[in-house]
Design a protein around this ligand. Structure first.
Ligand code: NDP
Length: 836
């Protein structure tokens, strides 16, 4: 029997023992053997720490783009993982949550790159002034830890469980060693193999131990981070591991939690909330056969509605078909193993010492397309506990399967108390259309739950449901749930970073953080800062403007223009008792006047005004006061090229407005703001095309010159480019656009990027592996015709500036877009012949 391999130290390896069989949950067949005997876990940890340097040095933007690329790659291969996933007992819907939910998590975390600085570490919160004069300050930075993230995972989500955690540690700049639960490790292995083969992650970013790893924590170090998902017993045992305590290794635990859902007193039968509640409970019981850390185990309902809930839930569960998860008509597949079925039964028996089973049968079950004697099937079980205060087994026993218990409450106080008797859960929910009830429950129960969902008719259609942890929200809960927070957007990423307070002068802290700190020395720019491209702008780069006196007429005119007739600007008889002494300039006028002073009017790299982040008016300015402005680059934030825009980044500018004539130092600064501009990036990938450039290159081109790729000879190439100039002025006749309508925008956007055409690119309408016959008598004639076609193309568009000409691949293009296309195209072919 084949052994499942592990990926350690850059190699696929297998253990030296006999191995334990991995069983198909549906058929009982052995899939492979898991064997980790003799594998060197210490070596894996050391290798991760050493190789982690590459990830640590990448910027957040680079890490995010890497995650996005990985998510796209895995999405393309998803079909193969579904096949494997069925063998864990999961239906298609269950597998979708695990597989595509996992990839979705990579996408969501990749997007977080936009909220981090354009560097390898994060700068947290606001600067802290530690002196009166503002020359000594502090800031907090977070740097990636130099260890490895060790993830010990549960059996229920072999893909999502790995990716929800890895996405976060990779974004933080940390490598991972993943240890999935043995019994479903074959699915994790399939995904890891694809990740490694893709070559998208730097080597060492991901290692896998496909099976048991009892000694994995024996050599962890203080820079490592350990996460655990599984049973509370194992979690507690690992949490108190001697090595973790000695080395102060952070340990994040997500354990069994007895999640509760509450039916609001208003949600009576016949209301949408009642139906939504029943549906939610049924889904949470049956999706993944209830083997979900977020599943609803406790159904807390008003005492007069217990019967109604019991009947409605029974009816709803009655429609759930059980059997071979591959079959479309099957709604619930198998549990992970027969051992798990046995374990769930034992837990139910503990609870039924006081509770009674009101739906389902522990012995009998009807399945479709499956042999119940071989597969790990069981019926959903609903219990009822009428005395949940005295009989507390329902609050402490987790039956990790399709099992829930209904219990009554008298008033909201009791419902809250019952929900807390689980001693900490990952998630709770309440179905109510009364927002007062919702507020009462959420605020008073929040101490005991990681997340609370309010279910009602208004959000029902878009609601992601009780059981879905979302990458941008906290996932984890207090107490029994482990006390961890595995996800949560930026919060989650910070678990893998070390926070350090940095103290020094504002000038030093500007250099360290890459963000201009108020009162730091300015770096006087040689040109106007708006005349620089994105790459050449640096934090601290600054401009001091000329002066402007704000006149009475200015203030009156601004009031008339904007209709802002607030008394301080218009009525000087009402100033008594106010903070104003004279006719006061509008705050927005001061900011507008500031813009008038600092804006560089010429067309340049600044593509647009992107917005304003903060604005403060420190004291009033009156008519006849004179101002000047300091414009200083505060921070740069990279962004992806979007739509039909040239590549650009965001620059945040710190704007300080000064009262030029103020005598006291503290009166000088009158307003501050942070404004954002979109600044174009330098285009240094392509040579710009003009006639003299073409003439020079043509003079270097020899008739028999060999191409660096492809089969074209120089004359073919010139005739091909001549053809595209002709097409570009509409000489191609009726062009049929071959790109499907829905992809056309995306394809056109590629013209705006600074990415080269791939070598060996084959135009879909050109003959493949065969050259067009030559059209011109001689090479010289081809050169002349090429230049003429170039001239004609420009002349045509200058005479017809609004003309759009179709291109078979890119659709209708403007003159500007044809020029972008020609620039890429000519650069591509000139490179082919070593001309550039
Ligand atoms: P375990 O707690 O036994 O295992 C969870 C993970 O820990 C697995 O990867 C397991 O590896 C590993 N592990 C166990 N012991 C050690 C150790 N000494 N050193 C290192 N790693 C260790 O949970 P199970 O998966 O067996 O499930 C048992 C019960 O846990 C379920 O019935 C359910 O009640 C609960 N559970 C709760 C989950 C939740 O999210 N709330 C999720 C899954 C389970 P290996 O598989 O190789 O033993």
């Amino acid at each position: 029997m084949q052994k499942l391999q592990s990926y350690i130290h850059g190699k696929w390896v297998e253990g030296s023992g006999e191995g334990v069989p991995l069983i198909d949950a549906v058929t009982g067949e052995t899939i492979a053997l898991s064997d980790t005997k003799g594998l060197d876990f210490d070596q894996a940890l050391k290798y991760g720490r050493q190789k982690g340097e590459t990830l640590r040095k990448m910027t957040f933007q680079e890490r995010g783009n890497m995650l996005k690329k990985l998510a796209l790659h895995l999405t393309k291969k998803k079909k193969q993982f579904y096949e494997v996933s069925f063998r864990t007992g999961a239906t298609k819907v269950d597998s979708w949550i695990d597989i595509e939910g996992g990839f979705g998590n990579l996408f969501a975390n990749a997007s977080l790159r936009k909220i981090f600085p354009n560097q390898a570490f994060d700068v947290e919160g606001d600067p802290i002034d530690l002196s009166r004069g503002g020359r000594f300050m502090a800031h907090h930075i977070l740097v990636p830890k130099e260890g490895v993230a060790v993830h010990i995972n549960a059996f229920n989500f072999p893909v999502w469980g790995m990716l929800e955690k890895c996405a976060v540690n990779w974004m933080a700049g940390m490598p991972a060693v993943v240890k999935p639960a043995t019994n479903t490790s074959f699915l994790t292995e399939a995904v890891v193999r694809e990740i490694i083969n893709s070559g998208i992650l730097p080597e060492g970013s991901l290692q896998l131990i496909s099976g048991s790893a009892r000694s994995i924590l024996d050599t962890v170090e203080s820079q490592d981070v350990v996460t655990f998902t599984g049973s509370a017993d194992t979690g507690r045992m690992l949490k108190s591991h001697k090595r973790l305590l000695e080395e102060s290794v952070p340990f994040n635990m997500e354990a069994d939690s007895l999640n509760a859902s509450i039916l609001g007193e208003d949600a009576k039968p016949g209301t949408p909330e009642f139906d939504l509640f029943i549906k939610e409970v049924r889904n949470e019981m049956t999706v993944k056969c209830g083997q979900k850390c977020t599943a609803i185990r406790r159904v807390i309902v008003p005492e007069n509605l217990v019967e109604d809930v019991q009947i409605a839930l029974g009816k709803s569960l009655g429609k759930v078909t059980i059997g071979d998860p591959r079959l479309k008509e099957v709604r619930m597949g198998a549990l992970v193993s027969k051992d798990q079925v046995q374990e769930v039964r034992e837990r139910i028996q503990e609870m039924t010492k006081t509770a009674s089973i009101v739906y389902g049968d522990l012995e009998k079950i009807q399945t479709i397309g499956a042999d119940t004697s071989k597969g790990a099937f069981m019926s959903p079980i609903v219990m009822r506990e009428d005395n949940p205060y005295e009989n507390i087994a329902v609050h402490s026993t987790e039956a990790f399967g399709p099992v829930s218990t209904i219990m009554p409450y008298k008033n909201m106080g009791e419902a809250i108390e019952l929900s807390k008797m689980g001693k900490g859960s990952l998630v709770s929910s309440i179905a109510t259309n009364d927002d007062k009830i919702a507020a009462d429950y959420t605020v008073n129960a929040a101490t005991h739950h990681g997340r609370i969902l309010v279910i009602n008719r208004e959000s029902a259609k878009q609601s992601t449901g009780h059981g879905s942890p979302l990458p941008l929200l906290v996932h984890g809960g207090p107490g029994r749930a482990g006390g961890g927070e595995e996800m949560g957007g930026k919060r989650g990423i910070k678990h893998y970073m070390q926070r350090c307070a940095i103290q020094g002068s504002p000038t030093t802290l500007t250099e360290i953080t890459g963000i201009y700190q108020p009162k730091a020395k300015y770096k006087q720019a040689e040109k106007h800062p708006f005349a620089y491209h994105w790459e050449d702008i640096q934090p601290g780069m600054s401009l001091k403007t000329h002066n402007r006196t704000l006149t009475d007429t200015d203030i009156v005119n601004f009031g008339n223009l904007t209709w802002d007739h607030f008394y301080a600007h218009t009525d000087i008889t009402s100033l008594e008792g106010s903070i104003f002494e004279k006719r006061t300039a509008h705050g927005y006028f001061i900011i507008s006047a500031a813009a008038g002073l600092f804006v560089y009017p010429n067309k340049g790299p600044v593509a647009a005004n992107y917005g304003l982040e903060e604005i403060r008016f420190l004291r009033p300015l009156y008519h006849n006061d004179t101002i000047h402005v300091r414009l200083t680059c505060k921070e740069k934030v990279d962004r992806d090229q979007k739509g039909t825009e040239l590549p650009s980044g965001i620059v945040k500018w710190y704007v300080e407005v000064f009262d030029t004539e103020a005598v006291d130092e503290e009166d000088k600064l009158v307003a501050i703001a942070t404004i954002l501009t979109m600044v174009q990036k330098k285009q240094d990938v392509f040579h710009e095309i003009d006639r003299s450039f073409l003439e020079e290159k043509l003079s270097l081109l020899k008739e028999d010159q060999k191409p660096e790729w492809g089969m074209m000879m120089p004359q073919h190439m010139l005739e091909h480019l001549e053809g595209s100039f002709k097409l570009g002025r509409g000489l191609g006749g009726d062009v049929e656009i071959i790109t499907p309508e829905e992809h056309l925008d995306k394809v056109k956007e590629t013209l705006y990027t600074y990415e080269k055409m791939p070598q060996g690119y084959k135009h879909p309408l050109m003959k493949q592996n065969e050259l067009e016959p030559l059209k011109h008598e001689s090479f010289d004639e081809a050169k002349k015709s090429f230049l003429k076609a170039y001239d004609d193309f420009h002349q045509f568009h200058q005479e017809n500036p609004d003309e759009m000409i179709s291109n078979a691949v890119f659709g209708e293009l403007t003159y500007f877009e044809w020029k972008l296309l020609n620039r890429k195209h000519i650069n591509h072919h000139f490179e082919q012949f070593g001309l550039i």
